[in-house]
Design a protein around this ligand. Structure first.
Ligand code: PEP
Ligand code: MN
Length: 290
């Protein structure tokens, strides 16, 4: 029995709705699909991504600017320049944006630029960060730790709620196991379990779960079939050239095809995919960051 007073399901079928913009909310009938590169590399890159995706059922953009890399010598992210790029595409295409926060000192500046703060797997049990996010004033996307149990995951969310922020979305992104054919093992039973034992929205990140682009579409469909409230998927204008996580990045064409293939599955499980935006909804051009 998990002692999660705030996160635990108390009433049958109670479902928390987490809004990240006027039109995008997790936990309702509509699935929320977030897409974008692993890392924000340049203004041109994000512009190309947003321009291709904003008219599709993909409602939100992702892109890391502070990157938790295994090697200290690997690309660490574009930092505040990347945040400005995110803010621009967000306004230009009217799409909410998600990015990762790695430490307490980054919270304020990130919250000024984006709509949702992601806590990455490596920080799921950074309890001081979780406490501080209680007063971040923005919704949190909490990813499951690399080898976290469901109970540890739920209790990490409990930290955020108990410090004042009720807007938490859980994200299953695969856990470590003995087999490294896939990057991680996507635990879809955890999605079903979390939907039963908590009232928080639960989404799936198939990209980090499998680590291979050719497996992402199948796992996305499986995630929708088992009741996930949404997906967060990595894509890139030139997948092979991605500065991080190139092997799992989908092309922009492939992600659009993938999203189309989700429709019948969504309908079969009583969900809907956002309507495609009509042509003519062209955003107001504003200058890009150099
Ligand atoms: C990411 O979303 O780019 C990321 C680093 O994910 P995770 O924390 O799940 O590894
Ligand atoms: Mn990544």
């Amino acid at each position: 029995m998990i002692n999660a007073k705030l996160v635990g399901q108390t009433h049958a079928n109670h479902q928390t709705i987490v809004e990240i913009s006027e039109t995008v909310a997790f936990g309702g009938k509509e699935l929320v699909i977030i897409a974008g590169p692993c890392a924000v590399e340049s203004a041109e890159q994000m512009e190309t991504v947003a321009k291709k995706l904003y008219k599709t059922p993909i409602q939100a953009l992702r892109g890391g600017v502070y990157k938790p890399r295994t090697s200290p010598y690997a690309f660490q992210g574009t930092g505040e320049i990347g945040l400005k790029v995110l803010k621009q595409v967000r306004q230009r295409y009217n799409m909410p944006v998600v990015t990762e926060v790695m430490c307490i000192s980054q919270i304020e500046v990130i919250a000024e630029h984006v709509d949702m703060l992601q806590v990455g797997s490596r920080n799921m049990q950074n309890f001081d960060l979780l406490k501080a996010l209680g007063s971040a004033g923005k919704p949190i996307l909490l990813k499951r730790g690399l080898a976290a149990t469901i109970e540890e995951f739920v209790m990490a969310a409990e930290y955020i709620l108990s410090h004042g922020n009720p807007n938490v979305v859980l994200c299953e992104r695969g856990i470590r196991s003995f087999d490294n054919y896939t990057r991680n093992v996507l635990d879809l039973a955890a999605v079903a379990a979390l939907k039963q034992i908590t009232h928080l929205p639960v989404i799936v990140d198939p990209s980090h779960a499998v680590g291979k682009r050719e497996l992402v579409a199948s796992m996305s469909r499986a995630a929708v079939a088992c009741g996930a409230d949404g997906l967060i998927i990595e894509c890139h204008p030139q997948p092979e050239q991605s500065v991080s996580d190139a092997r799992q990045a989908l092309s922009l064409e492939d992600i659009v095809t993938l999203v189309d293939s989700l429709k019948p599955i969504a309908v079969a499980v009583g969900r809907i995919i956002a309507e495609e935006m009509g042509v003519g909804n062209i955003p107001t051009p504003i200058p890009l960051v150099a």
